[in-house]
Design a protein around this ligand. Sequence first.
Ligand SMILES: Cc1cc2nc3c(=O)[nH]c(=O)nc-3n(C[C@H](O)[C@H](O)[C@H](O)COP(=O)(O)O)c2cc1C
Length: 259
Amino acid sequence: MIRFIKNLLYLLSGKACVPQSVRQHELLACIIDRRSCRSFTDEEISPDAVTTVLEAGRFAPSAVNLQTWSFITFSRAEWRKTFERPIPFNGAYAIMICADIFKLKDLFPEMHDTPYVNIMLAVFNAGLAAMNMTIAAEALGLRSIFLSETGRTGLLDIDFLRDRLSLPNGVLPLTTLVLGKPSFSVPGIPPRQPWDAVVMQNRYEKTAGDRLRNWYDQMLLGFKITHPFSNLKAQLAMYRAKMAIAEKTLRKIFHDCSL
Ligand SMILES: Cc1cc2nc3c(=O)[nH]c(=O)nc-3n(C[C@H](O)[C@H](O)[C@H](O)COP(=O)(O)O)c2cc1C
């Protein structure tokens, strides 16, 4: 019971341990206070804001400056036309972030010999671009959420998206960044793994997994509170089933060595 109460308190009040001396830093506040938003208002976001978010992505760092990404954009109307439903969570704008090696293939034919390294770097680079975009959105007073599964919006629905968006081999839709003005914000934060299971001094700490018990319990409890009629384990099982399907597609793509 005491553990339950402790976990509940942590869920409601848990915050990042950023020293007070730097807490006022504006950019830092954007990074630390960013939360995924799952409810947006009907308000549109300005073209300037959209351009700025996309530019933040375009100016992200990348290995060898190869910029192995593409961003496919959708207004509300465009999304509806493409997917026959609204942007999830009533988002105002959506950006599908793709790892992209397709457009480099003629410029760098030597890359054909290293498909696994290519894709690892491309995914990492696109992740950096994605993070730049979500922080830029925060800085502009918007909120956002990345989607991989909700509404068939990311890597887990790779076959569907390849078909719907005419993606060639070499372009992997990783996630959709949904943007908008928040209609309300949920208190607390999704629990983070404890510091001593994440930050390791000088060498890898193989017992890190033993320190995750409270975090796992907090995840279960948090899910129960936010989804009273659902169940995290069932949700994870569904997610795993989709992962298994996506795995088959990815193996085929890798096997074809087209990346
Ligand atoms: C690549 C990626 C995919 C995600 N996919 C989904 C999704 O499909 N549906 C959803 O509700 N949240 C999704 N999320 C949001 C995560 O659940 C969220 O980032 C995590 O719980 C931490 O919460 P926070 O972003 O508020 O800090 C995704 C996040 C990332 C980075």
